[in-house]
Design a protein around this ligand. Structure first.
Ligand code: 26Q
Length: 795
């Protein structure tokens, strides 16, 4: 912040008075938090304005995303402004505990998981690198649901982050636009959040749209005393930005979801066009020289026909001219290879919601069909396969590849699978369009903020340049034989574990031994991520410890955090199973000092910031070929956890950088899985032959565990052991990979005991995490896809 300590105190006092009518001594922690937020917003206002002015002359990139999983802003903003220490001092002088103030902020949780958090990390990197790049999305009134457990089952409660408004966003009524659907129009009202870069005056913008009714109240109906119907239109319009869909892996094809997509995409494009015209007039030849738009998965892909509509219908461009601009403007990121996640819309629904956009989509498809007929005249089957409209479905991924100049995967392995399998037809047609952009994470949030102790040690050893150049971490390798440094690493890890122990005690009332191995799996609950493999191993371990109490064994705490999509029954069953196993094991005096299981309720960004620094082991155990990249894996690595993982997603690159010998790689590889599928995999083989496995699998249905009559364990059991029309038995190879996983876990348990050798492995992981900074990822997007350059406000 540009103000000193004295000024800062006055500002906080002022805003506590202005907003809450109190003296600071009477203010609650929440009120102090809000006052601090207001003080920051005032402080940055001028720079924010200047940044926008500066950027308006340059080429800018816009990240279109249905999700931004920002988490809390206060700590991050204070760090990036370089005033965290001053603020802490001022608050201490006022007798206020900074940590409690920080805890008063609700997470901004407008995302499901990886894809939304990636968008948030990208914004931090864009601002820090002084790049003209901004986010566009939806201001959901309710973000991802709050999770609680009842009898071990997940219960969803609405998330209400806007209950008292939001100090970090500013409404910009002058930039309101109208978005029209087949059945009427709504107002799109923009709210801007400042994205504060680290160590720069530049302030970028996340613009989120809220849906409002054109008429606030139907006066006619109101006067006839028909109160319900008088407010109905208003409610229907505002439903559009009401709630984030909590699905992250299955396409539901819901009308409201399509409306959400079109709503924010149309509003954002109108906004971009208006800004362009203000500076450049109505000649759009230069449009792609000033505007780049990244489509975050297929969710905003309707932007392609929408921009065609705006150009052709409203700006009077020819179809050909418009198409050539559209192709140059957009690029597309693919985040999944799961077939069930690929977005398709039923023609009837799409036509009803956006009739004109549907006609244009047909026009695009006709153009594509003509082109395919020329290119592959003797292959009608291929022409059909590659059609955007097939039968009565619209394939958004095909539209995305066809309407953009670049398609990228999010890790090297993922991109290769796209090119040679999933999107093979398209890769052959447009090889030059396919790029890899391995994901990254921002070290400002995931190291500097979450782990100040480790940050201080690193800075003491190699200076502080790593904060904006993570490749500097490589210099830490010089300390790999320095016992003093290694011991410090261990003691920092221990301190972070103790902090987590305290949190778990306070929030969940559970006692955990900080000297046990903290083995953590935190991510959305999905069968392909194989939390089931993890808990099966725990059940087996428990069985073994019961038989063999004197076995030499380093105590372990298995920690889980995950939300399941509300309609995903198997995932919910797995949550219930883990909770039940936890209950059984945690109360068993025989294994008490050795094994503990914790399922962290309501896993979210702010809790993640406590979990990553405390981990000894990072669980990254997806079925090879299924996890596009993963980003949690990178957060663990950066905080000195060792990975137990399959060769999937970015795990491949993590061990390439840090060395396989410093991690625990196990299990089937992509090609081996394919081979097994081809020759016919039967899970009964491992079930009958792998020691202890039968007992574990049987415990789902033999009364060992009790699903309270819901039948959910039977469903899990069948998914493993029986073929069904919709899936193969054990399609995620849980049983086949079990033994290899158990062996890797055994190695961990032995190797952990040699503390110094373990610390060396930690150090090698940290030292080689440089590649996984989202700064690196964003530079690649900027240089190879967007062609944007830094523009920095002078200090
Ligand atoms: C689709 C249709 C209808 C409703 C919802 C959705 C939907 C919403 C969210 C589909 C997918 C998502 C989120 C996907 C996601 O988070 N993918 C993850 O992206 C990360 C960032 O690239 C990767 O690291 C992960 O591997 C990938 O799973």
């Amino acid at each position: 912040m540009r103000v000193g300590k004295e000024e800062l105190r006055k500002q906080i006092e002022k805003y506590v008075k202005v907003s809450f009518g109190k003296e600071i001594s009477e203010a609650t922690e929440f009120e102090v938090y809000r006052a601090l937020g207001q003080a920051i917003m005032e402080d940055i206002a001028e720079d924010w304005y200047e940044t926008n002015k500066l950027y308006s002359q340059k080429k800018q990139a816009y990240y279109f995303s249905a999700e931004f999983l920002m988490g809390r802003a206060l700590g991050n903003n204070l760090i990036n402004l370089g005033v965290l220490d001053e603020v802490k001092e001022v608050l201490t002088e006022l007798g206020i505990d900074y940590n409690k103030v920080e805890d008063a902020e609700e997470d901004s949780a407008l995302g499901n998981g990886g894809l939304g958090r990636l968008a948030a990390c990208f914004l931090d990197s864009l601002a820090t690198l002084n790049l003209p790049g901004h986010g566009y999305g939806i201001r959901y009134r309710n973000g991802i649901f709050n999770q609680s457990f009842k009898d071990g089952y997940q219960v969803e409660k609405p998330e209400t982050w806007l209950k008292y408004g939001d100090v970090w966003s500013v409404m910009r009524p002058a930039d309101e636009v109208i978005v029209s659907f087949g059945d009427g129009s709504v107002r799109a009202v923009p709210y801007d959040m400042p994205i504060i870069g680290y160590g720069t005056r530049n302030i970028n913008t996340l613009r989120l749209w809220e849906a409002k009714s054109l008429v606030d109240l139907d006066l006619g109906k109101f006067n006839q005393q028909d109160y319900l119907h008088a407010t109905q239109d208003k409610t229907r319009a505002e439903d559009i930005s009401r709630v984030l869909y909590p699905n992250d892996s299955t396409d539901e094809g819901k009308k409201l979801r399509l409306k959400q997509q079109y709503f924010f995409v149309s509003a954002s494009l109108q906004d971009i066009l208006r800004k362009y015209k203000r500076i450049h007039g109505t000649n759009f030849d230069e449009f792609p020289s000033y505007v780049a738009i990244q489509l975050n998965d297929t969710h905003p892909v309707i932007a392609i026909p929408e921009l065609m509509r705006l150009f052709v219908d409203l700006e009077g461009l020819s179809w050909e001219k418009a198409w050539s601009i559209v192709e140059k403007t957009f690029s597309y990121t693919n985040h999944t290879i799961l077939a069930e996640a690929l977005e398709k819309w039923w023609v009837g629904l799409y036509e009803q919601v956006v009739p004109r956009v549907y006609q244009i989509t047909q026009g695009i498809n006709n153009q594509l069909r003509g082109f395919l007929a020329e290119r592959f005249p003797n292959d009608p089957a291929r022409q059909d396969r590659m059609s955007i409209i097939q039968g009565n479905m619209i394939h958004m991924a095909w539209l995305a590849i066809y309407g953009t100049h670049a398609t990228n995967g999010v890790a090297a392995l993922h991109t290769e699978i796209l090119k040679h399998k999933e999107l093979k037809d398209w890769y052959e047609l447009y090889p030059e369009r396919f790029l890899n952009k391995t994901n990254g994470i921002t070290q400002r949030r995931w190291l500097l903020q979450s782990n100040p102790e480790l940050s201080a040690l690193i800075t003491e050893l190699i200076g502080n340049e790593w904060i904006t150049d993570l490749s500097q971490l490589k210099k830490l390798e010089a300390y790999v034989d320095d016992e003093e440094v290694l011991k410090k690493l261990l003691s920092i890890k221990h301190a972070k574990k103790i902090e987590l122990v305290k949190y778990l005690r306070e929030v969940q009332g559970i006692e955990v031994n900080p000297n046990s191995i903290f083995d953590i799996q935190i991510k959305r609950l999905h069968e392909y991520k194989r939390q089931l493999l993890n808990i099966f191993h725990v059940i087996g371990l428990y069985n073994k410890l019961k038989l063999n109490p004197s076995m030499s064994f380093q105590p372990v705490t298995y920690i889980y955090g995950a939300k399941a999509a509300p309609g995903y029954l198997v995932a919910k069953g797995i949550i219930r199973l883990i909770n039940e196993v936890a209950q059984v094991i945690n109360k068993d005096p025989e294994t008490n000092g050795k094994l503990r299981i914790v399922f962290v309720e309501n896993y979210r960004v702010s809790v993640a910031q406590k979990l990553f620094p405390a981990a000894d082991i990072s669980e990254q155990i997806s079925t090879a070929g299924k996890e596009a990249s993963g980003t949690g894996n990178m957060k663990f690595m950066l905080n000195g956890a060792l990975t137990i993982g399959t060769l999937d997603g970015a795990n491949v690159e993590i061990v390439e950088e840090a060395g396989e010998e410093n991690n625990f790689i196990f299990g089937l590889k992509v090609n081996e899985i394919e081979e097994m599928r081809a020759k016919g995999y039967d899970p009964h083989v491992p079930y009958n032959s792998v020691e202890g496995l039968k007992k574990i699998v049987d415990s789902l249905i033999d009364g060992t565990f009790n699903d309270l009559g819901t039948g959910i364990y039977g469903t899990i059991h069948r998914s493993l052991m029986e073929n069904a029309p919709w899936h193969q038995a054990d399609q995620y190879f849980v049983l086949e990979d079990f033994e290899a996983y158990r062996n890797a876990q055994k190695r961990i348990n032995v190797e952990y005991r040699d503390r110094l050798s373990w610390a060396k492995k930690q150090l090698m992981n940290i030292a080689n995490a440089g590649k996984f900074s989202s700064d690196r990822t964003i530079k690649e997007y900027a240089d190879e896809i967007w062609f944007i350059e830094p523009a920095k406000l002078e200090d």
